[in-house]
Every structure is written in structure tokens, then in C-alpha cells.
Design a protein around this ligand. Structure first.
Ligand SMILES: [Zn+2]
Length: 451
């Protein structure tokens, strides 16, 4: 074997099925050696005492670039990603949706030299626009984002329009990410709540109710099964939704259920005190420690299939610029999601193998990026994290690299730190500091991938 560019020596390599002390050899950006021997390399990194994980794959990210750079842009958002241990994102922004192949080409060209991690791009499904599904899918979009309710200015799909989109998607072999809240229920609730004159955070759980999410998820799950399409239900907020989706899966639906940390770690009641800083939808539902433990159990069991951040940042000023009805939905999350998963492993709610499964392998598989992404294996891209699993620290808003500049997890004491992040064998972040090399590349979905 000719010399390696990089050897990561003596660490404990974690895969979804186990962990072993192995040396990892990298050449030309790819993993070419994984074994007990240590071949010579131009550069050797001592990973003794550290875990070696594949880079995180966060498939639900909004970086508002182009569109609303005052909220986030690709350089800042992907700095946060690299520093936190995420080496691949799939991005879509509601303000500047990709609706045609020309939009995809323009956005890909615009983002050249703007990303610190590798990225795929998703398209937006538009009611009545199912004719765009096949060409966009052939052009390499990672998935289609579909709303069941009009949100962030994107029109919702009723059952008929959703059926039309999923039928076209099944024919094309395309995968969709479904935002599930029933429009008639959220609208009726809003009318009632506004009539009472309420405009504080306490409206959130009533406005964006559990029933609204359940009804939309049940309809979506049924239509996914009946059309034979493939889809993920986005940001599943509570166990009853996950349970409904599991039932459709057991009947043959090709359905995935996405979790996000805010549904495991933030409480419903926080909306009362925090108002717009807890305005995301669906909102947090957990009320007790048992509710949180149940979400982790569902994730361990694969009922919730994978994790994402749903990174949708606004600055504190932007969050305070209006009342609860008109400030932006969304939370920053790219800075914290990997940290919170590593902490869940340190606390025993997950194994490190689970972390690799839910935040690397499964999302990469669903969206056609595996095994190039989401795997630490010979032939995969050398997207690698060195993790100190025991290191105690406190999450701080002042450390946030996203333009949001804050985190809902400020003050939370956690264990586990990503010490180094490698993207295709190049160091892109160290000890929470991104190197901002802008070496991230567009990664099209693998042709013919079916997840
Ligand atoms: Zn989202």
C-alpha cells in the first residue's frame, strides 16, 4: 500500500453495529484502510482515548441563503455544522424555494465556495405542480418538502393535492419530507384564539395542537401507503404520532419518522415564559421526565427512525420584533444537535452506536447519500469526527456560531465534545472552532438510490 495522506491512530471506531479499536487510513479524501495495522502516513493524528465516528448527516436544515441572509447564510450555518460535527447537510429554504430544475442549477452555482461542509439540496413541492417532480428528481434533488398547511409563505397541500404529489413521486421514485399539521384545525384554532385577544406564547399548544398534527400525519401515512411513495414525516413531536406512523409502516408504507432534539428536551410549558423563543411548529409537547424518556425509547427502538435539527434560526431581535402571531417560526439547532445526542449517550438514553445510526447512517440512506456519506467504511468519504465522550461542559448562547446567536439549550450541562471534524480527510474544525475553508461541495443524490 502506498503512503496514506492521513492516519487516525488508536481510536475506538463506532459504527451502528459496534465499536472496535482500529486505525483509520485516508487517501484522496476517502477511507482506504480500517484495521488493526497502522500503515505509514504523511500525517498521523493520535485518537487514543477518543471515539471515532462518521460525520453527522443533518437532512433538515434551513440556511436562508439566498433569501434572508440577515437570519443565516451558508458560511455561518455551515461553520456551526462543521464545529458541531455535522459534515453533510441537506438544505432547503422556504423564502427562496427550489421549484424547477433551473432554480436548482442557479442555487447550486450560487453556493459554490460558500459552504464549509458538503450539502445536498431539497426542492419544494407546490400544490398542482406535480409535473416538476420527475425532472427535479432526475436533476438530483435530495427530497421534496411538502406542507399540509400553509406555513412560512409556502402553500399547503390538501388531501387531493398531496395524493397528486405522492402519485407523481411514486412514479419517479422520489422521496418527500412531509410537514404534517392539518390546515382546517390550525386555522379554526387561530380564529378562536385571536378572538380572545391572546397574543402570548401560551397560544402555541392550542394553535398548533396535537390533534392537528395527528390528523395530518394519519392522512399522510395513509396516502403514502396507498400511492406506494416514499416519505418522511418531519419533526414528529409526540409518541402518538410516531405510533400512527408505525402502524402504517407495519402495513407496508415506506415511511420514516424524523425526531428533533426540541421534542426530547424542551417542555410544552416553556412557551408560557419564553414566548417567541419557543415558537416552532409543531411546538414542544413533553410535560414530564417520563414523556422525554418515552421519546428516547422510541428513537432507540427505531420507531422514530432518525434525527435532524430542523435548523431554522432567527436572531433574538428578530424573535422580539412582533407578537407571537407574526414572528418567525423556528429554532437554531445545527450548533447543538450532535452535542445533545452525544450527551444522551453519556446519560444512557442512547448508545454511541445509536447516535451513528440516527444522525449519520439512516438519514444518509433515506436520501440516497449512503454509503459515500453516513458510513465509516473503506470507500466512504473520510468525513470523520474525533469525540471525547466524557468531557463535561455547558452549552452557551455565546458559543453559537449560527447568526441566531442564541440557543434554547443555553445553560444545559452536557457531556461529550467533538474534538476534531474532518471533511473528506481535511480538518475543518477543532475544539469548537471552524476553520472556514469553504471546501464543501454539492452532493447529488446517488442515481438509482432507493434508500
Ligand atoms: Zn423545517
Amino acid at each position: 500500500m502506498t503512503d496514506l495522506d492521513l492516519l487516525i491512530a488508536g481510536g475506538t471506531v463506532v459504527t451502528p453495529t459496534g465499536r472496535r479499536r482500529l486505525h483509520v487510513g485516508v487517501r484522496d479524501g476517502a477511507v482506504v484502510h480500517l484495521g488493526p495495522e497502522a500503515p505509514s502516513a504523511a500525517r498521523t493524528v493520535d485518537a487514543g482515548g477518543l471515539l471515532v465516528l462518521p460525520g453527522g448527516v443533518d437532512t433538515h436544515v434551513h440556511l436562508m441563503d439566498p433569501g434572508s441572509p440577515e437570519r443565516e447564510d451558508f458560511p455561518t450555518g455551515t461553520s456551526a455544522a462543521a464545529a458541531s460535527g455535522v459534515t453533510t447537510i441537506i438544505e432547503h429554504s422556504h423564502g427562496t424555494p427550489v421549484r424547477t430544475v433551473a432554480d436548482l442549477r442557479d442555487k447550486t452555482a450560487y453556493l459554490r465556495d460558500r459552504s464549509n461542509v458538503d450539502f445536498g439540496l431539497a426542492a419544494h413541492a407546490w400544490p398542482g405542480g406535480s409535473g416538476e417532480v420527475a425532472p427535479l428528481w432526475a436533476a438530483g434533488v435530495s427530497f421534496f418538502k411538502v406542507f399540509t398547511c400553509t406555513t412560512h409563505g409556502v402553500p399547503g397541500h390538501d388531501a387531493a393535492r398531496l395524493h397528486q404529489h405522492l402519485t407523481a413521486s411514486a412514479q419517479a421514485g422520489a422521496v418527500s419530507l412531509l410537514h404534517c399539521e392539518d390546515e382546517s384545525l390550525t386555522e379554526a384554532a387561530e380564529t378562536l384564539l385571536r378572538a380572545t385577544g391572546r397574543s402570548d406564547g401560551s397560544v402555541l399548544p392550542d394553535w398548533r395542537s396535537r390533534e392537528a398534527e395527528l390528523v395530518a400525519a394519519a392522512v399522510a401515512g395513509l396516502l403514502v401507503r396507498r400511492t406506494g411513495a416514499r416519505a418522511t414525516v418531519a419533526h414528529v413531536s409526540h409518541p402518538e404520532v410516531a405510533d400512527y406512523l408505525m402502524r402504517e409502516r407495519s402495513r407496508g408504507a415506506a415511511l420514516h419518522a424524523e425526531g428533533c432534539p426540541q421534542y426530547f428536551l424542551l417542555r410544552e410549558e416553556e412557551a408560557l415564559e419564553q414566548g417567541a423563543l419557543r415558537k416552532f411548529t409543531p411546538p414542544a409537547r413533553a410535560r414530564t421526565d417520563e414523556d422525554e424518556a418515552e421519546m428516547w425509547r422510541l428513537l432507540r427502538a427505531g420507531v422514530l427512525t432518525h434525527m435532524s435539527s430542523d435548523h431554522a434560526p432567527s436572531t433574538l431581535e428578530q424573535k422580539r420584533a412582533g407578537d407571537i402571531w407574526n414572528v418567525h417560526f423556528g429554532l437554531p439547532g445545527l450548533d447543538s444537535t450532535m452535542s445533545l445526542l452525544l450527551d444522551a449517550a453519556a446519560r444512557g438514553f442512547l448508545s454511541y452506536e445509536d447516535v451513528v445510526r440516527v444522525y449519520s447512517e439512516v438519514p444518509a440512506r433515506i436520501y440516497g447519500l449512503w454509503p459515500r456519506k453516513g458510513a465509516l467504511a473503506v470507500g466512504a468519504d473520510a468525513d470523520i469526527l474525533l469525540v471525547d465522550p466524557g468531557d463535561p461542559r455547558t452549552l452557551r448562547s455565546t458559543d453559537v456560531l449560527s447568526k441566531a446567536g442564541w440557543t434554547p439549550f443555553d445553560g444545559r450541562q452536557i457531556r461529550g465534545r467533538v474534538v476534531q471534524t474532518f471533511l473528506r480527510g481535511t480538518l475543518v474544525a477543532e475544539s469548537g472552532r471552524p476553520l472556514d475553508e469553504r471546501t464543501g461541495r454539492f452532493v447529488a443524490r446517488a442515481v438509482g438510490a432507493t434508500g
